[in-house]
Design a protein around this ligand. Structure first.
Ligand code: AMP
Ligand code: MG
Length: 325
């Protein structure tokens, strides 16, 4: 463990006092507040510049605590929690009265997850309550996967930053809506659709159940400052060279399948061989292109299977239309 017991006690005390604590998890770093303190939750939205209609995820320290936050726990939720918690899976269920509407963006459902990180679990045990946390970045930008990313982006807006090392999963949790008649995949993430379907013994299609509003589905999200352009794998090298000729400072996310190297690109990052390594590195790569001053990033999408679905989802949003663009 990378965090001392004094730091943990101070962080728990900060949460009790309504303060903000950046918490390492296996997915990304979260910006945590006491899930039952509406004033603290308001500070989370303010620090992120996030619209208050975007709900947060309530993090719990033990699977058994799920009952405390939701009206009922359907069999599907018990099965998924038993199979994947602690882990990168968030369950959306009907909220009970102790969950403030400030945590749910005004919705009657609440998103709950038990993270798989020793520091997050130690803080949850020390604090005792639930910690509501979105990713610890400014709204719309790339999620932080190191404590340094959090400090650089949110700085003084956070009272305590716990450094738990680099995140091992690297993309956000999978979100499954279990509040309707049938399970739905709201966001692909660290647990794959295939794994969910194996445990549930049924299909988990995309989208919300009838009548459920899905927040946080903006086309542009997880975006670096540089413009991201997606092309076919075979076109990456040629497009990068063309953009360079046009005067761009080009970053390239070079697929492992492409042996040619764009000689003129400013920054070339080769995509790791496994999806797990790709997911772990993805946000760091996007930040690196910004650090190198690239104004354009050329990339292609991996096949939408396994973790590739989550990577393709994040790259697609990074390339999405920007507000005012
Ligand atoms: P973040 O991981 O920072 O994107 O924040 C949590 C995400 O969880 C939000 O963007 C929402 O998409 C999702 N979420 C949280 N609560 C709910 C809910 N009750 N229904 C649907 N999605 C939710
Ligand atoms: Mg986020």
């Amino acid at each position: 463990m990378t965090v001392s017991s004094e730091e943990l006690e101070k962080a728990a005390e900060t949460l009790r006092a309504g303060g903000l604590v950046a918490v390492p998890t296996e997915t990304v770093y979260g910006l945590g507040a006491d899930a039952e303190n509406p004033a603290a939750l308001a500070r989370v939205f303010q620090a992120k510049g996030r619209p208050p209609t975007h709900p947060l995820i309530v993090h719990i320290g033990e699977s058994d605590h799920l009952d405390r936050w939701v009206r009922e726990v359907p069999e599907t939720a018990r099965l998924l929690a038993a199979a994947f918690w602690p882990g990168p899976l968030t369950l959306v269920l009907r909220r009970c009265a102790r969950v403030p509407l400030a945590a749910t963006g005004g919705l009657e459902t609440v998103a709950i997850r038990m993270p798989d990180h020793p520091v997050a679990l130690a803080l949850l045990a020390e604090f005792g309550g639930g910690i509501a946390a979105p990713s610890a970045n400014r709204f719309g930008s790339v999620s932080p996967t190191t404590a340094e990313h959090v400090r650089a982006e949110l700085g003084a807006a956070v009272d305590v930053v716990l450094d738990g090392g680099p995140c091992t999963v690297g993309v956000e949790s999978t979100i499954v809506d279990l509040s309707g008649d049938a399970p739905r995949l709201l966001r692909p993430g660290g647990v794959t659709r295939e794994e969910l379907e194996t445990v549930l013994g049924q299909a988990v299609p995309d989208g919300a159940s009838d009548g459920v509003r899905v927040p946080g589905q903006h086309p542009s999200h997880y975006a670096p400052a540089a413009k991201v352009v997606l092309v076919d794998a075979e076109q990456v090298v040629a497009e990068a060279e063309l953009a360079d000729k046009q005067g761009h400072r080009v970053g390239v996310l070079l697929p492992a399948s492409q042996t040619g190297m764009p000689v003129t690109a400013h920054t070339v990052i080769t995509v790791p061989a496994t999806d797990a390594d790709y997911a772990r590195g993805l946000y760091g790569f996007l930040r690196e292109f910004d650090r190198q001053g690239c104004d354009l990033v050329i990339a292609c999408l991996p096949p939408r299977e396994g973790l590739g679905l989550a990577i393709a989802n994040r790259l697609g949003r990074a390339a999405g239309p920007r507000p005012g663009a």
